[in-house]
Design a protein. Sequence first.
Length: 170
Amino acid sequence: MKPTCISAGLAVAALFLAGCAASTRHIPAVTPFDADRYLGRWYEIARLPHRFERGLDYVAAEYSREKQHLVVVNSGVRNGEPKSVRGLAKFKGDMNTAELRVSFFRPFYGDYRVIWLAPDYSSAVVTSSTNTYFWILARDRQLPADRLQELLTMAKKWGFDIDKLEYPRQ
């Protein structure tokens, strides 16, 4: 098989498998959403495991605005080495709804949906269009235990496998 056929086959398989994951469409994205209040630094408190974050600690995301887009720089430390990647986010529809498309490797975009947000924008729960992606974010490196438990309870009700969550060092 030629390399292009293998790549195409892997892409089709990945799309098929993604389609098999449970959808999060039953969980509405946050609205109203104020992107300007969301800008700034967020720390990763918990996440479902993924290859691109394996072994990553001290994880943070820095959001800024660039024209009509949001820029996100995800950073962390793996094996003592700092790592970072820059992405571009654009609103999927109405800018008043926390539903975006994010790309770290253009032209490929993935869903980024804020499904819970503290009124003071101090903590958030983020997913994609499937329940295989999940993050709890906070403005501070630590989240109070009662707030974390509240978010874990909600996540379980929404169908996320909270037993698989990882808690990176901060």
